[in-house]
Ligand binder design. Structure first.
Ligand SMILES: Cc1cc2nc3c(=O)[nH]c(=O)nc-3n(C[C@H](O)[C@H](O)[C@H](O)COP(=O)(O)OP(=O)(O)OC[C@H]3O[C@@H](n4cnc5c(N)ncnc54)[C@H](O)[C@@H]3O)c2cc1C
Length: 409
């Protein structure tokens, strides 16, 4: 091996022994969410999220995945994101990426001993060193949907990774990168590598030069880092990999719905504040107009339906923790998460738009919360598994030989 290549090793730090922390009480969780939310508001007001991430790392919120007690983890992560999504869906999305990959890793009901040991090691590292994790599915925008921009090749037991991935949120703040990439001749693999300060991984420009900047979503290029074989979580085009990726996506879709519905909830609250504080032509608050009652009632019902789906999706993940999750139950949890993401993203976009119309142009003045929500909420339906794909998969199920009445929906 040439010495230039040796310097490009992407070895993970050693895991230190750390005392496990006791699980948070619901009150502590709420207090820590409030602390992170306040730091986010402050950071956004200065257009610098450094202090937000510093504050976030002092809380247990990003490290719930490393606690010994996993019960209720998805619900807790959803609560964090619902609050952050009411402030900035973009910044919340960066945190969501960390929470979903670590949450899925921590709770995947694996019966595989090697994977079990590997994940314990990585979770201990994340919790012990208080690390943040970015992830990339290696997708690139090409003339074919689903095109992959990276490839890993074996070099002895280790791996050289090459190529570019279009999407990596949290890119400049994360310490580690979870990368889904094919290994030549072997199939898809999940690798974990240091990201921050890694000279062989180039964190490129913002993918969206004028939108979602606070999601820190960037192109990432791999200049052949050498990833030790020990940093591979799993490789193979087999049933276990399919289950792992489906489980990850179940987490992702569920948490995305909570995030963007946080924006919808905040919009409804802003609508309430406006309608109660501004008088109409009859010198009475606009909130007393019958039309406003009907409009806001309609929006709240829309929000509650989507939020119920979102909560049910989180509850389905939480119910699986510590249990085995057979292929049928996994497919059901996945469908539920996809329905939640689909309904949640669309609901959030529509609710924010409707409330903006009610409040009017002042929603773009000063530091009005609706300005940011308006610009960022449109990404709800665009992220995760695309809506077009969800519709078709559910459509195929509906039009199969099974009666719709037997689906139990
Ligand atoms: C703000 C943001 C941040 C992100 N951050 C990350 C990240 O950190 N890590 C990461 O791995 N990924 C990230 N992603 C990517 C995300 O995980 C999805 O891969 C991505 O959003 C898919 O959108 P796309 O437009 O690239 O999809 P494409 O697959 O390119 O689809 C484009 C369009 O093609 C059509 N289409 C697609 N599939 C079908 C189908 N089956 N049938 C019919 N029509 C279809 C639809 O009209 C669809 O809108 C991020 C995405 C966004 C928007």
């Amino acid at each position: 091996m040439r010495s230039g290549q040796r310097r490009r090793s992407a070895r993970l730090p050693a895991v230190r022994e750390v005392e496990p922390r006791p699980p948070l009480t619901p009150q502590e969780l709420d207090e820590q969410i409030s602390c992170a939310a306040a730091a986010l508001v402050e950071g956004l007001s200065r257009s610098d999220l450094t202090s937000f991430y510093a504050a976030l790392r002092t809380t247990e919120l990003p490290f719930l995945c490393a606690q010994p007690e996993m019960k209720g983890l998805a619900g807790a992560c959803a609560a964090i994101l619902h609050r952050l999504g009411g402030i900035s869906p973009a910044a919340g999305l960066a945190v969501e990426n960390h929470l979903y990959v670590t949450g899925a890793l921590a709770t995947f009901p694996t019966g595989n001993t090697v994977l079990e040991l590997k994940r314990r090691e990585i979770l201990d590292l994340i919790g012990g060193e208080r690390l943040l994790v970015a992830n990339s599915n290696s997708k690139v925008h090409a003339d074919r949907l689903g095109a992959i921009g990276t490839l890993a090749r074996r070099e002895g037991q280790d791996l050289r990774v090459e190529g570019t991935a279009a999407y990596t949120s949290l890119a400049t703040e994360a310490d580690l990168l979870f990368l889904l990439t094919p290994i030549e001749g072997e199939g898809p693999a999940l690798l974990v590598m240091p990201l921050r300060g890694n000279p062989a991984i180039e964190i490129g420009p913002f993918l969206f030069p004028r939108a979602m900047l606070d999601s820190d979503t960037r192109r990432v290029t791999f200049h052949k880092p050498l990833v030790p074989a020990g940093s591979m979580l799993y490789v193979g085009n087999d049933e276990l990999m399919l289950q792992l990726l489906t489980f990850q996506l179940t987490w992702h879709q569920t948490l995305l719905s909570a995030l963007y519905l946080g924006a919808a909830a905040r919009a409804i609250e802003e609508g309430r504040l406006f309608l109660r504080s501004v008088q109409g032509p009859t010198q009475k608050p606009l909130a007393e107009l019958d039309g406003m009652l009907a409009d806001m009632g309609r929006l709240a019902i829309r929000y509650r339906s989507a939020r119920s789906l979102s909560k049910a999706a989180a509850a389905a993940i939480d119910a699986s923790i510590g249990n085995t999750l057979g292929p049928v139950a996994l497919a059901e949890a996945f469908d539920q998460a996809c329905a939640a993401k689909y309904a949640g993203g669309r609901c959030a976009e529509e609710v924010v738009t409707q409330v903006r119309r009610i409040i009017g142009a002042r929603s773009f003045t000063g530091d009005h919360p609706l300005e940011r929500l308006s610009q960022e909420v449109v990404f709800g339906p665009l992220g995760g598994e695309v809506d077009a794909s969800i519709e078709r998969r559910i459509g195929r199920r509906v039009l199969s030989e099974t009666s719709f009445l037997d689906l139990g929906w």
